[in-house]
Design a binder for this molecule. Structure first.
Ligand SMILES: [Zn+2]
Length: 220
């Protein structure tokens, strides 16, 4: 079978059973109009089913490729970074990732100029960056014992404080969308699997009928 790699076992088996049925049906000759219609319908239905299986398998493969690509892109893309020591600003690929004291994961870079190893200013994934942004925001808007707001005391511009809250909101929306898309894709994959399993049972019965002298086979 062509492209057998990305079919599930059930899909593969159903394709084979349908191919057997197609061959058996081709050998049958019927002059009974009702049986002739059943034969034509079955052939048409199996053709459509094989098409659907192929389309769905292709989508599933594309989805798997997309997930795999997300992982490699992470390491292959360049990021604008500034060396924490010599302040050299450049585009670099991360050398690795590491979990810091705050429990969040960051990309690690090596400065091409002074060879200093430093971490990115933001975590390298949506979830951790959300935690980071929220922590920053919460810290800046907190009041000390005398009731003074941290960002005022520290002379941090209000826009910067707001930007952390906006960053959190935007990331949350992006993350929710990604999760919703994944849930939808996985649910439709599961649904299709159930349909295929049912069809396999149905077509196996049909094949057995053809082999054991059912109405269509009787006309042979
Ligand atoms: Zn440097």
């Amino acid at each position: 079978m062509e492209n057998a790699v990305f079919y599930t076992d059930t899909e593969q088996e159903l394709l084979e059973v349908m191919e057997d049925i197609r061959k058996l049906l081709k050998k049958t000759i019927t002059f009974n109009l009702k049986l002739w219609a059943i034969k034509q319908n079955s052939l048409q239905m199996m053709k459509q089913m094989a098409k659907d299986i192929h389309t769905f398998a292709k989508l599933r493969q594309e989805y798997a490729d997309m997930l795999a690509k997300e992982k490699t892109d992470h390491w292959e893309s360049f990021h604008d970074v500034e060396c924490t020591k010599c302040k050299f600003f450049t585009s670099l690929r991360p050398t690795k990732e590491a979990v810091y004291n705050d429990g969040l994961t960051y990309h690690i870079y090596e400065c091409p100029k002074c060879k200093t190893v430093f971490r990115d200013s933001l975590p390298n994934n949506i979830k951790d960056t959300m935690v980071f942004a929220k922590k920053q925001y919460d810290f800046f808007v907190k009041r000390d014992k005398r009731g003074r707001i941290n960002y005022v005391t520290l002379g941090v511009p209000k826009e910067m404080v707001t930007s952390f809250s906006e960053m959190y909101t935007n990331l949350k929306v992006a993350d929710d969308n990604v999760i919703a898309e994944r849930i939808e894709k996985e649910a439709s994959a599961k649904n299709f699997e159930a349909v295929i399993a049912d069809e396999l049972v149905r077509f196996k019965v049909f094949k057995a009928e053809l082999l054991n002298g059912g109405p269509l086979a009787a006309e042979e």
